[in-house]
Design a protein around this ligand. Sequence first.
Ligand code: PMP
Ligand code: GLN
Length: 387
Amino acid sequence: MTNNHVHIKSKLTAGETNIFTIMSKLATEHKAINLGQGFPDFECDEKLKELVSKYVSEGKNQYCPLSGLPKLNQTLSKKMEGMYGMPINPDNQICVTAGATQALYTAIVAFVNQGDEVIIFEPAYDCYTPQIQLAGGIVKPYPMTYPDYKIDWNKVKDMVNDKTRMIIINTPHNPSGTILSEQDMNALENIVSSRNIIVLSDEVYEHLIYDQEEHQSIMRFPALFQQSMAVFSFGKTLHATGWKMGYIVGPEYLISEFKTIHQWNVFCTNSFVQFAIADYLDKPKNYEYLPSFFQKKRDRMNQLFEDVPLTPKLAKGTYFQAYNYDQVSDLDDLAFAKHLTSEIGVAAIPMSPFYTTPPKDKVIRLCFAKQESTIEAAAERLMKLKG
Ligand code: PMP
Ligand code: GLN
């Protein structure tokens, strides 16, 4: 790209737009029901909104400490110890961030150097690869495929070498809706123990886990946690994706280095929301309802979609479900997602943008963080696929 005298050399693929923006724009253009980009179409709790207003009115509008409001960090430390049994020092093991995306970015930039290799599991959430590339790292993708999206840890072990600096895991997993088991985490621990490798664990869907399964947080594995960091998003937990608030947690030596970088690209995130979240999440009932709340939505969607000719892969976590569309179309997944949006009136996300080398599987992702009326209307439209 150039102007008369300004020449820009893009550090990424110039002008490339992420799939969520593409599909949401198309959804708006075609007035489609948006089951693509992952966001709830219902409001967050009124009590939470009242707390935010209260703290704005009370004047909590100035900078707070760079690692987060002490009161919020104490609430989070208590919450994490209660859930995963891991004591977390609120003073030096947590850093509040501008969403999980910034936590991931800062962690990657802080620990990945030029030429370092980073193993990711594809389909992988879309920001990992560009963030690794911006840090000068080399992406080493492990391909997982429909319908199981399983990891063969022996193959992962074979990918590890002296250049491997980081392994990024994501459970519950976006976009497949699968989860990692205790055995998966033990296998990961075996691979990284006594190696100079950091595990970055994306756990933004920690509360969105179904069928009585337990979330296998990195914090349940004390030895593994000594070389790991976990990333969380208040957007998912509070139904407020637009607030872009999250946090990272890890052993002190890693969080300390994280903060060294964080201070130069963010310093701190907004104060009044932190005051509000600190009060709100201090009450476990404000997050303990989440698994059953979203499981009901998943189950209702599966009921309403019973006659829709798309084959679901039952989501064990997240608010996404993968669907195979073999029976209705030969189009590739991007073309099919666009067709669904423009012709059927339901926006979806194709799986291929989450891969370095996409498999030929005919799979799309639909989001069920929606009101019942939205899911009903989508089901009605999708029946048109029956021809
Ligand atoms: N990781 C995963 C797996 C996600 O799905 C998302 C987006 N929802 C993020 C990270 C980014 O979260 P945030 O919106 O808090 O930046
Ligand atoms: N995490 C959301 C999803 O997976 C989208 C976030 C974004 O739009 N960048 O749909």
